[in-house]
Write a protein that binds this ligand. Structure first.
Ligand code: PMP
Length: 461
């Protein structure tokens, strides 16, 4: 059902008029899926767009409307939609078969590509998703240390499995989310993401903590950035306390730099998790790290040590089609300036969007790092200068909590201008975004501001 506050909106009316095909599919979807959607991030009132096809930095909905895409396959598409060489590799793999129920050459080539790029990757195991990768990383950490608790940073996302569900957008007191055992939640220690000294104290004082896991550029790829020095402080605290350091590089891996955040910042974790770009837009994930830790998955080593091996199945682990897409993507990432190009676009986009906000006297800001950007929608309506906005001077949990109705309306208004933002609102950039997309995005923001003013969401200039 549409939110009551959106029913009288001119933006919503214009959106409905422009997207009748999506409206029809959304109606049918409500008879199939809870909320009519297949991923919580696609929850949009009155309904989200239904996409027909995509190419490079653009996608087209079922009504033929064209969008600059900043969802970027949830971050998987650093090389843009349908990169010709990745598509060719996928076609070639499809012709050979989608599942062999056996080892296959591509899984070895794929793993070697990861090992060449990622500093911590002495050994790895492929999984089907990032959620599965963090699940295994935590299990490996418990097995390797013999400890039972996991520490995580409030607001950081690590997938939707039981151990990582409290403390992302809610349950910051550590209570279990709906459907999760309290015994599991009790074994997760939630840390403030902006206090490296307190993180260190927690790790050193609680010797039941097996590992600390975090997103190495901050919550949701930098929507709430980490203070400089946090990674180094955690590395040091981990060595002092015996708790392992796990970087969740599901978004940062092969994006921040070819070797991920660990290569960029020069801090090597004990374990790291990957997905998204790893599999070049196909399903896939991996946990990588120190050999002695991954040895708990090894039949012979576990037996020699007299330890019970950690079981690991998964029908689609190292699927050959995903492997083909992943190998080609990682080759291009390693041999081209794809990461640097996307990062440069990010800096330019943030600058130009803030120019629009300054010119229009809107007290919001666009911030972010590398190839990501986020809107700060200033719920408290404080006076602020967009270009001077410093996210590190803010409460990290305030940064990730924009007023939901305004965020939705901004997204709808941007869709009307031909730009698809993600729900932060913000976006992830590919190496195919260029000058035309910069111009289209800044024009769409100026138009969106006019529409939001007409809707009474922003004071007039
Ligand atoms: N960790 C991080 C940092 C993520 O952003 C995500 C997905 N957005 C995940 C883990 C979970 O990955 P998946 O959706 O492949 O399960």
């Amino acid at each position: 059902m549409p939110d009551a506050g959106l029913t009288n909106s001119k933006i919503v009316a214009a959106y409905r008029e422009r997207t009748p095909g999506s409206a029809q599919l959304a109606e049918e979807a409500r008879g199939c899926f809870p909320s009519g959607i297949t991923h919580d991030a696609r929850n949009l009132s009155p309904y989200g767009i239904y996409v027909d096809h995509a190419k490079g930095p653009r996608k087209w909905d079922v009504d033929g409307n064209e969008y600059v895409d900043y969802f970027g396959g949830h971050g998987a598409l650093l090389l843009g939609h349908n990169h010709p060489q990745v598509t060719e590799a996928v076609h070639a793999a499809l012709e050979r078969g989608t599942h062999f129920g056996a080892n296959h050459p591509l899984e070895v080539r794929w793993a070697e590509a990861v090992k060449r790029l990622v500093p911590c990757a002495e050994r790895l195991r492929f999984t089907s998703s990032g959620t599965e990768a963090t699940l295994m990383a935590l299990r490996l950490a418990r097995a390797s240390t013999g400890r039972h608790k996991i520490a995580r940073l409030k607001g950081h996302f690590h997938g939707w499995h039981d151990h990582m569900s409290a403390g992302y957008t809610a349950h910051f007191d550590g209570t279990p989310t709906t459907g999760v055992l309290k015994e599991i939640a009790e074994n997760v220690v939630l840390l403030r993401p902006d206090d490296p000294e307190a993180m260190r104290a927690a790790l050193v004082s609680d010797r039941d903590i097996a590992a600390v896991i975090l997103e190495p550029t901050g919550a949701s790829f930098g929507n709430a950035p980490l203070r400089p020095g946090t990674l180094e402080a955690l590395r040091e605290a981990s060595l002092a306390s015996g708790a392992l350091l796990i970087f969740d590089e599901v978004v940062t891996g092969f994006r921040v730099a070819p070797g991920g955040a660990q290569a960029h910042f020069g801090v090597t974790p004990d374990l790291a998790t990957f997905a998204k770009i790893l599999a070049g837009g196909m399903p896939g994930g991996a946990v990588a790290g120190r050999k002695d830790i991954l040895d708990d998955l090894d039949f012979d080593v576990a037996k020699a040590k007299g330890r019970e091996k950690i079981a690991h199945q998964g029908t689609y682990n190292a699927n050959p089609v995903s492997a083909a897409a992943g190998i080609e993507t990682l080759r291009i990432v390693a041999e081209s300036d794809a990461c640097a190009r996307a990062n440069a676009y990010g800096a330019e986009l943030r600058r130009r969007l803030n120019d629009v906000l300054e010119a229009e006297r809107v007290p919001w800001a666009v911030f972010g790092s590398f190839s990501g950007f986020y809107f700060f929608l200033n719920a408290k309506r404080e006076a602020l200068s967009p270009h001077g906005f410093d996210p590190l001077a803010r409460d990290p949990l305030e940064l990730v909590r924009n007023p939901p109705e305004l965020a939705q309306k901004l997204r709808l208004a941007m869709l009307l201008g031909g730009v698809d933002l993600n729900g932060r609102p913000g976006g992830l950039i590919s190496a195919t975004h260029g000058e035309a997309e910069l111009a289209a995005t800044t024009a769409a923001l100026a138009k969106a501001i006019t529409l939001l003013r007409a809707d009474g969401e922003l004071p007039s200039a």
